[in-house]
Design a protein around this ligand. Structure first.
Ligand code: ATP
Ligand code: MG
Length: 409
């Protein structure tokens, strides 16, 4: 990748190259992925200089045919979308839900309560992405960012065996990065582009994307900072997936929220920051030994749900009897869509916010808790008042009162 060297850009000499590489920017692609605002921030350059360098990087990549021009024909967009790859989940039911599998050039968020199978799903995808294309994989490798120390190579071995693959080779093709705090988690991603390019990484997993942010930013005072940093992380994830044509898979735990009295009292911790950026969101729910997966808010998938199971082979199809009933329409379903948390900062990067719905609807506000999203331990006698108020500020309220489902359980 000689042609992507920073000093191949006109006007970028050794001093600037050093300044950039000290800040973790190692090649021309990194400049595009990070953007001028961030480049200025991390290198201390003034904004005009950063703008200039990023613009040169863009021109260089456009000339090299590596990224598209500002104005592109629909044909070109169509061609780019044709390059979207799909990674089978190894199950009929989840492939059906995802219309073939996890897509590259996009982020899929899986959210659900503890033990619902998010990590098992991630492990399964680590193996299926390695399958050859004719078997539904992308013959690719994986970058797994493990923030909760729940990556288990033993599971990879048993899943690979179940698919008749060589377990050792399967392990070899998964790079695991253990993130110790949210800044480290972001840094790993910022530093990942070279590795992604050189190792044919086709799947980028962050399990969990939100956990460390949640643990580090508690209380109302830090909530907006948390959302901002999480926002930055998630947008970076999306840009990397788009740039390198790989699939991004992020998990997000949900927890009981005391302010929801009807339906499923859970919602994703990351709230709207993750929701609005994800290309696809899937909700996992436990139902005895079975699991239910629901497609939520997809731009082009029907809202449906399927039943799946967990086993030695990771996520598995349910037994045949359940299978017949496994595809349900939302009306007949027992699982209700979960509304994400209300609080969110205004978006800074509108290019990836196509799915964001800002509606003029009342929001549900919880008092007197300082941060309702982190109230796992709240006792029942502490149940706060639910207050409905009309929307006055820039908050994206999408908790629709009329949408709150009837209690189905
Ligand atoms: N080898 C196995 N065979 C069958 N089921 C398994 C196996 N390993 C794990 N499981 C199932 O997976 C469940 C745990 O799922 P998983 O760790 O994916 O949950 P999670 O959604 O990631 O939870 P958390 O939010 O706590 O991270 C266990 O409760 C068990 O039912
Ligand atoms: Mg997990």
């Amino acid at each position: 990748m000689e042609d992507l060297r920073l000093d191949s850009l006109p006007g970028v000499g050794p001093v600037t190259t050093k300044k950039l590489s000290d800040a973790g920017i190692h090649n021309v692609m990194d400049l595009i992925v990070r953007g001028p605002v961030e480049i200025a921030e991390i290198t201390g350059m003034d904004k005009d200089t950063a703008d200039n360098i990023v613009e040169k990087a863009r021109q260089c990549l456009v000339e090299g045919g590596m990224i598209s021009k500002d104005f592109v024909s629909a044909t070109e967009i169509y061609k780019r979308r044709q390059q979207i790859g799909k990674i089978t989940t190894g199950t009929e039911c989840l492939d059906l839900l995802l219309d073939g599998g996890l897509e590259t050039q996009g982020l899929t968020e899986v959210y659900g309560e503890f033990g619902s199978g998010k990590t098992q799903f991630c492990h399964t995808m680590c193996v299926t992405v390695q399958k050859p294309k004719e078997e539904g994989g992308l013959d690719g490798t994986v970058l797994y960012i493990d923030t909760e120390n729940t990556f288990r190579p033993e599971r990879i071995v048993s899943i690979a065996k179940a698919f008749g693959m060589d377990p050792e080779k399967a392990l070899d093709r998964i790079m695991v990065a253990r993130a110790y705090n949210s800044s480290h988690q972001t840094l790993i991603l910022e530093e990942s582009s070279q590795m992604i390019r050189e190792n044919n990484i086709k799947l980028l997993i962050v399990d969990s994307a939100v956990g460390l942010f949640r643990a580090e930013y508690l209380g109302r005072g830090t909530l907006s900072v948390r959302q901002q940093r999480l926002n930055k992380f998630v947008h970076l994830l999306v840009r990397i997936a788009e740039t390198y044509n790989c699939a991004a898979l992020a998990t997000n735990q949900v927890m009981a929220s005391p302010d929801v009295f009807f339906g499923d009292p859970t919602r994703p911790i990351g709230g709207n920051v993750v929701a609005h950026t994800s290309t696809y969101r899937i909700y996992f729910k436990k139902s005895g030994k079975k699991r239910i997966a629901r497609m939520v808010d997809s731009p082009h998938h029907p809202e449906q749900e399927v039943i799946f199971g967990l086993g030695e082979a990771g996520v598995i199809d349910p037994d045949s009897e359940t299978k017949k009933k496994s595809i349900m329409t939302p009306k007949s379903s027992k699982v209700e869509a979960v509304k994400p948390e209300v609080k969110v900062e205004p978006k800074s990067d509108s290019s990836v916010d196509a799915g964001s719905k800002t509606e003029d609807i009342p929001k549900v506000k919880v008092e007197p808790k300082s941060d309702s999203s982190v109230d796992a331990g709240s006792k029942t006698e502490d149940i706060p008042k639910v207050k409905v108020e009309s929307k006055t500020d820039s908050v994206d309220a999408d908790a629709k009162i009329e949408d709150i489902p009837e209690d189905s359980e």
